[in-house]
Design a protein around this ligand. Structure first.
Ligand code: GAF
Length: 387
């Protein structure tokens, strides 16, 4: 059963009304460019094959009811009471779909809003740093955009997802995940300029080069609405303010000597990560264009070192996943996503995947860490209508 089938089945158990359609959106893995999105910098994520599906039926009243396979309870709110429900918070997982409905109505005031039942099912691993939240947002935004005749394009729907995440759920994230999920292209990664929101789908050629992306989900939990993620944002804003610029995007590696003079040590290292990571994204895209995927391994390794040492968002499990993959034939490896837990990716010859997987399992066991989930991901298509 796919997520689309599961969402259909769940909707059928919820209502006798006919299914209007099923829409789905994928999770993402970020190849490189971490914590650069909210600094208006560059990112290079790809959509993965695992998706969240939203099946929709119309209602006769003005209620939005959401139900998902990942929670036993349906949650319902009237359209008239939606603003108050979002302001009150405490919606848990339903904050994502209801937050999207709320943000979509703001972005498209002429949308023909009406009551709907939405059933959600997903095969995106939750908490793995593969953006299960953007997958929910992308599926629901795509569905309501069609059902309510809102007329928004994919970039506008990504913005809707980000507003839901920032203002309804309360996670101060950038727009990378929503853009990756909306705009994904099979066998390509999305090179995104987070200032202009210009994108280019860059072919990855992993399969032709005999390479795979191996994910190690450490199962170490993280949350972006609290703690470290917000602190890193604050440090970046401090650094930009010290230079009198609106975001770190306006600085380059040439500004690093001055940054070291005027910033305290911690802020300097946060700023150095962002500036050098932006450059690594540009270098990765150039290397792929010129020489193909086997040329990008060192950039992935440098990115991980910068996150571990300068941005300090790695954890021992992620470092172990990276080091073990590298010593078992990976060309490059790095943690992916916001950090403090979640997953690492490794770019590795496909033939070495079984041995590397065994080595990763053994290394985690020897360190006394929880057994990780290990699987490959494939660069895949973005949000779409399935039925
Ligand atoms: C999380 C956020 F949601 C993204 O916006 C991004 O900042 C990422 O962490 C770090 O690159 O996934």
């Amino acid at each position: 059963m796919t997520a689309v089938d599961d969402a259909r089945a769940l909707l059928t158990s919820l209502t006798d009304a006919p299914i209007v359609g099923v829409w789905s959106a994928p999770g993402r893995a970020n190849l490189i460019g971490e914590h650069t999105d909210y600094n208006e910098g560059f990112v290079f994520p790809f959509a993965i094959a695992q998706r969240t599906a939203a099946a929709v039926a119309l209602r006769d009243d003005d209620v939005i009811r959401v139900r998902s396979t990942f929670s036993p309870d349906a949650v319902e709110v009237s359209l008239a009471g939606l603003d108050a429900a979002i302001a009150a918070g405490g919606l848990d997982w339903a904050g994502y779909p209801l937050g999207v409905a709320w943000a979509l109505r703001q972005a498209a005031p002429d949308a023909e809003t009406r009551g709907v039942d939405i059933a959600l099912a997903s095969d995106v691993p939750v908490g793995a740093g593969l953006s299960s939240s953007a997958a929910i947002e992308g599926a629901v935004a795509s569905a309501l955009n069609d059902v309510w005749n809102a007329g928004l394009d994919k970039v506008a729907l990504a913005r809707v997802g980000r507003v839901a995440e920032n203002d309804a759920v309360g996670a101060p994230t950038g727009i990378m995940d929503q853009m990756a999920s909306m705009l994904g292209v099979a066998d390509a990664a999305t090179f995104l300029d987070c200032r202009s929101l210009d994108t280019r789908a860059v072919p990855l050629g992993f399969a032709d080069a005999g390479l795979s992306i191996l994910v190690t989900d450490t199962l170490v939990e993280h949350a972006h609405s609290t703690g470290g993620y917000r602190e890193r944002r604050d440090a970046c804003e401090r650094g930009a303010a010290a230079f009198g610029v609106s975001s770190l995007r306006d600085l380059t590696v040439d500004d690093l000597p001055r940054a070291e003079q005027i910033l305290d040590d911690v802020t300097f290292r946060r700023v150095r990560h962002v500036i050098t990571e932006n450059q690594r994204v540009l270098d990765t895209v150039a290397a792929l264009d010129a020489d193909g995927p086997s040329a990008i391994g060192d950039l992935l390794v440098a990115s991980h070192a910068s996150m571990r040492d300068d941005f300090e968002i790695s954890v021992p499990e992620l470092d172990l996943a990276v080091d073990t993959a590298l010593s078992n034939g990976a060309l490059g490896a790095r943690m992916t996503g916001g950090g403090f837990g979640g997953a690492a990716i490794a770019l590795i010859p496909t033939g070495l995947v079984p041995a590397a997987t065994a080595a990763l399992r053994a290394a985690f066991a020897a360190s006394g860490f929880r057994a990780p989930n290990i699987f490959t991901v494939t660069p895949s298509a973005g949000a779409r209508r399935d039925v």
